[in-house]
Design a protein around this ligand. Structure first.
Ligand SMILES: CCCCCCCCCCCCCCCC(=O)SCCNC(=O)CCNC(=O)[C@H](O)C(C)(C)COP(=O)(O)OP(=O)(O)OC[C@H]1O[C@@H](n2cnc3c(N)ncnc32)[C@H](O)[C@@H]1OP(=O)(O)O
Length: 139
């Protein structure tokens, strides 16, 4: 029998990014800066979008950005992503960030948002997202 604690993590597969919150990422109050978390979410979603679109993508919108719990220095922060839908040139991706305190197995959802990316060409104009291929992601 396993001693592992039950985990409510999203069933979206492994995190796209896992990183450690560092002192340089704090706001004046000493907690982790929300802008740093948003940047991590943008990076994670952008990585998923670029993989699905097989090339460059630009963030066009962020909906429902919600900060549920604070993150503190030393936390392990994991970014989970799921493609929600794919349009002609756009890809919508749900992102959640979860924290794990350094010396705990408890994981807590700290932020969530819906990012929309547009696949762009070399002139930064929208291009069609190519058909899905094995390994390029869902939806
Ligand atoms: C060289 C290396 C490459 C590979 C590298 C891989 C690395 C991977 C990791 C990096 C990960 C970092 C990721 C950071 C990504 C940025 O930081 S990007 C920087 C911030 N974003 C920007 O500067 C974008 C600025 N905006 C623009 O340039 C233009 O709006 C765009 C994006 C070119 C779109 O042009 P547009 O004429 O407005 O587009 P339009 O044809 O009207 O609509 C296009 C689509 O967007 C949808 N749309 C339009 N407005 C909205 C809206 N408000 N909300 C939702 N959807 C909308 C439309 O419905 C349409 O969807 P489809 O029907 O085609 O599916």
């Amino acid at each position: 029998m396993s001693d592992a604690l039950p985990s409510p993590l999203p069933a979206w597969g492994p995190p796209v990014i896992r990183t450690i919150a560092m002192p340089a990422d704090t706001n004046p109050a000493g907690d982790i800066f929300g802008g740093w978390l948003m940047a991590q979410m943008d990076l994670a979603a952008g990585n998923v979008a670029a993989r699905r679109a097989r090339g460059r993508c630009a963030t066009i919108a962020v909906e429902g950005m919600t900060f549920l719990q604070p993150v503190v220095v030393g936390d392990e922060v994991s970014l989970y992503a799921q493609i929600v839908s794919v349009g002609r040139s756009s890809i919508r991706i749900q992102i959640e960030a979860w924290r794990r305190a350094r010396e705990s197995e408890e994981t807590i959802k700290v932020t969530q948002a819906l990012f929309t990316f547009v696949a762009i060409d070399e002139n930064r104009r929208p291009r069609a997202v190519p058909p899905e291929t094995p390994g390029s992601g869902g939806a």
